[in-house]
Design a protein around this ligand. Sequence first.
Ligand SMILES: NC(=O)c1ccc[n+]([C@@H]2O[C@H](COP(=O)([O-])OP(=O)(O)OC[C@H]3O[C@@H](n4cnc5c(N)ncnc54)[C@H](OP(=O)(O)O)[C@@H]3O)[C@@H](O)[C@H]2O)c1
Length: 247
Amino acid sequence: MDLTGQVAVVTGASRGIGEVVARTLASAGATCCLASRNEAAAKTVVQAIEEEGGRAIAVACDIADGDQVEAMVARCTAELGRLDILLNNAGITRDGLAIRLKPEDWQAVLDVNLTGTWFCSQAAFKVMLKQRSGRIINISSIVGAIGNVGQANYAATKAAIIGLTKTLAREGAPRGVTVNAIAPGFIDTAMTQALPEKVREELKGHIPLGRLGTPMDVAHAVLFLASSGASYITGQVIHVNGGMLMP
Ligand SMILES: NC(=O)c1ccc[n+]([C@@H]2O[C@H](COP(=O)([O-])OP(=O)(O)OC[C@H]3O[C@@H](n4cnc5c(N)ncnc54)[C@H](OP(=O)(O)O)[C@@H]3O)[C@@H](O)[C@H]2O)c1
């Protein structure tokens, strides 16, 4: 899967799934623009990509802030010349049972996971529609499909991302822009390492393939959706969950 000459924006690339996806896209030849709030951490990933022979830049960006997103995409196109792939990966959790969930925790998760994904999609869409090509890949979650106790805010955003994906897919199709979502199951990153070990062990019992996923399991799906082989796929949700949900 050769992405030579292509430019990819990866949000939340400073660690976890985003870092591994960025390194994977870069190793396939894409030049990557790594966007996250922690610029120093993103720069460490840039260094790793350069050591592996790839090219990347780090841009400090809080995706919940529309002006910062516009500036990040403008810097990407100014410095790297174009924008072919957007991975909307940055996301947060602020868990709590529905009856106790604080308004600020509801709002923070909506602001980053949903509005942030929207800001990045809109900014990239403008560039991609004009150049009549592009790939937007949104990271949803299994939780957006089946819900999860204590994650009303997070599940609502991840379900909404699926509706956003399908709408943008319809709007982008006439101009050669495809938009798809990936719904990971439980992936071994800082986000799930925050769960108690007992819960992580219990989770494995619900996964037919018997293990948590790795960021690389998600990166393979992203790489495929970004590749020329996926040019006839749009508006779809690819589930990467070890068989935990078979919709
Ligand atoms: N891990 C799982 O089991 C799992 C399952 C399903 C879906 N997902 C989804 O996959 C995505 C990545 O998850 P992960 O497990 O890799 O999470 P993670 O390890 O917590 O990493 C989250 C990334 O998002 C960035 N980020 C957070 N808020 C941001 C903001 N406002 N603006 C810009 N960047 C921001 C973080 O960087 P900074 O802190 O530097 O900003 C970090 O790079 C998320 O959308 C998550 O919901 C994860």
